[in-house]
Design a protein around this ligand. Sequence first.
Ligand code: TYM
Length: 338
Amino acid sequence: MADIAVEKKKIVLSGIQPSGNQFTLGNYIGAIRNWANMQDEFDCIYMIANEHSITVRQEPAKLRENTYRALASLLAAGIDPQKSIVFIQSHVPAHAELAWILNCYTMFGELSRMTQFKDKSSKNADNINAGLFTYPVLMAADILIYQADLVPVGADQKQHVEIARDIANRFNGLYSNTFKLPEPYIPAIGAKIMSLAEPEKKMSKSDPNVNASILVMDKKEDILRKFKRAVTDSQGEVRRGPDKPGINNLITIYSVATGLTPEQVEAQFAGKGYGDFKAACGEAVAEMLRPFREQVEDLMKNKDYLDQVAREGAEKAARLAARTLSKVQKKVGFVPKL
Ligand code: TYM
């Protein structure tokens, strides 16, 4: 039979935590919207990282509900379970098994240098648990178990993808080639959406200030109000600049919501004030999120469907994960179960 050269698609893996009752505009722009756009070009695997969420205390009933809402959000953002593998992390126990092994190939010193660990442990000083410390190892397992080539993430997760590479490199060096070395895949625009209230800080699900973050399920009036109150500067010109973090952020958000380039946004608002611009940002974001929100609401009424998507996704993911896990177990010297 003639050889037909079929070019294999690159493998993409990413995850999102279901902590907080819904995603922020940062998660939407920096992550899930891009995930949907990658589905035709790549073989994509997307998961709800519920095991990562319990590194910070969660209310069990809320975590369950938030996990469903996170799954519904991925689907509403355009992730198609016929094209991509979508699943819930705890449904594929191989991640945690690989994480244990990788823990033994990860140094205390390198985990101590993770900026997110330092940041989260200062915010949760009464609960600096071992899971919070070894979190990047579980994330490395999530990535490496699927032999992922690319990991689409916002800027704040880049360091975690880099440590996954370091762990993979170390393991490959000791036991011969086992893991593919993953690359972070950071969007050119929107990799770090900032807080509307304190634009030097990242927009974050855990921010207690309700005006700091747009949540993807916010009603239009709340979106408009939050943009109206967004902190800017006293220069009054809709133009990017080094000392204009608030306006830089709003220009990024407006660009993404309208599909205009930042230069086109500046041209559109030349000679106009911040009030007009903020109102336009609110309108554009509300319009971008409206169909998404409606679809999440619909999907949340159909938990059976969500359960079915999660089950089918986990079956496919588990088959792929088992291959890498058994290779690794063999290499480290575990006796195979016959
Ligand atoms: P998480 O749940 O904090 O965030 C999910 C994704 O959203 C991005 N993001 C942002 N992007 C732009 N602007 C923002 N303000 C903003 N806030 C969040 C994050 O960079 C991320 O891409 N550890 C991960 C989840 C995870 C994972 C993985 C990711 C678990 N396993 C394997 C990739 C591969 C996390 O906590 O993301």
